[in-house]
Design a binder for this molecule. Structure first.
Ligand code: 5GP
Length: 173
């Protein structure tokens, strides 16, 4: 297995997270922000993002997965649901990467059924080429090509999540 040079460096990542946090801070002034991190992959991005957001917020998490190794299974498994009441909340879903859109679409519809005051989505990476289900993305860090990436919370087989940068992952054949 090869994890190559940074595809997105620590500096590029931090600069982008700051920009996203600035936009979110401006948009959520005087709102009741509930930031929902989608685990496991978004845990690093989420913790950077919420620390740069300058409006009050509450936190919650949802644990869902549609992936087996680097191939999507197309099925979403929910392992942990949010615990906060969403009725008077402006929910912001925070995702690491959107690929086919299946996971995010499932989570979005699930939260919408709980009747939040508003629901928006922030995704750090967007692989637009691979989209199968359209999901409205309100804040996007980087649009990236169709490559499998690891680091900054993103894994291969639950490894490499602790890399501080994002790298394209190649399997040695
Ligand atoms: P989707 O349901 O949009 O196809 O897949 C979303 C999930 O698949 C992400 O939350 C992430 O866990 C995983 N995923 C999609 N593309 C990649 C990738 O390039 N690298 C890694 N590590 N995970 C990915």
């Amino acid at each position: 297995m090869i994890v190559g040079r940074p595809f997105l460096t620590v500096d590029q990542i931090q600069k982008k997270v700051r920009e996203l946090a600035d936009s979110i801070s401006a948009d959520y002034e005087n709102k009741n922000l509930l930031a929902v991190g989608i685990l496991k992959g978004a845990f690093v991005f989420y913790s950077d993002l919420v620390r740069m957001i300058r409006v009050p917020l509450t936190v919650d998490f949802i644990l869902a997965s549609s992936y087996v190794k680097s191939n999507t299974s197309g099925e979403v498994k929910l392992m942990h649901d949010i615990t906060e009441d969403t009725t008077d909340k402006d929910v912001l879903l925070v995702e690491d990467i959107v690929d086919t859109g299946i996971t995010l679409n499932y989570i979005r519809e699930r939260i919408l059924m709980k009747g939040p005051r508003s629901l928006h989505i922030c995704a750090f990476l967007d692989k637009t080429e691979r989209r199968e289900v359209e999901v409205p993305l309100d804040y996007v860090g980087f649009a990236i090509p169709n490559e499998f990436v690891v680091g900054y919370g993103l894994d291969y087989d639950n490894k490499f999540r602790n890399l501080p940068y994002i790298s394209i992952f190649k399997k040695r054949t």
